[in-house]
Design a protein around this ligand. Structure first.
Ligand code: ZN
Ligand code: ZN
Length: 91
């Protein structure tokens, strides 16, 4: 997979998708974009996702920073899902 690093206003689609999952997508309410704070973290999320480190990714999503503290289950599930999507697996 070729990840395009764009500095254009719009984030690359994959990055946006990962940010949306981290943010917590809600298709029922028609939410299709991550909030500003999650979008601001999208490059970090993408970078960690690319390493496949689900624990570190979950900690970032959960907001526990780089401490190896406990992350909640929803954030772990999001992390696993984001890595799957990054790897091009269907959900
Ligand atoms: Zn958010
Ligand atoms: Zn969490």
């Amino acid at each position: 997979m070729t990840a395009t690093v764009a500095e254009a206003p719009g984030l690359p689609q994959l990055e946006q998708h990962l940010a949306l999952i981290a943010c917590g997508e809600n298709t029922r309410s028609g939410k299709t974009r991550a909030c500003d704070s999650c979008r601001a973290r999208s490059q970090t999320l993408l970078r960690i996702t690319s390493t496949g480190a689900a624990d570190a990714l979950a900690a970032t999503i959960c907001g526990t920073g780089d401490r190896r503290g406990k992350t909640c289950d929803p954030c772990k599930q999001k992390a696993v899902r984001m890595i799957r999507i990054y790897n091009g697996e269907t959900e």
